[in-house]
Design a binder for this molecule. Sequence first.
Ligand SMILES: [Zn+2]
Length: 195
Amino acid sequence: MRYHREFEIAYVGLKNGVHTYNYEIGKPFFELIGAEAEDLEAVNVQATVTLDKHPDFLALKFDINGSVDVACDRCGEIFTLPLWDEFDLIVKLRDHTMEDEDETEDDGDIVFLSKNETVIDLSEWIYEFILLSIPMQRIHPDDAEGNTTCNKDNLALLDKMSQQQAEEDEEAAKEQQKNNIWKGLDAFKNNNNQN
Ligand SMILES: [Zn+2]
């Protein structure tokens, strides 16, 4: 639990102005906050959070830098995917958390916090922003000459497998066609017998 604690900022006691927090994020982080990250073989991320405290709001900036090890979508081999991204978040402080005020705009970059809350927990945002910084398509980058750096043996094997699959599919389609013809013939025979 101590690990989690590091991410709690008692903002009330902070002076107005800029405060910086650095976090080394590895796989244990995901386990500790109870998040699933089975597709991430390794996590090696530096999250730098800059908190600019104002009387009525906190302006947060999350810098995500580092890498994750993931399986390539094309060749299946694990590779290291570099990450760098930054995200801004405004935390507005309100006297109460009533949602029925006119300020209930559902803006992803603005969250509201009751002034009764004395700490903010950065762990969930760090988690979210790390996930957002990972591209949807995870593919080995091309080298300087523009050639793929995918595992060539895996690609050749996949190619062979998909060719085999295509042949099998074709075979199955032919079989299906033959069955349909027989079924048609059976129906024809049955009809004739009934007459
Ligand atoms: Zn690859």
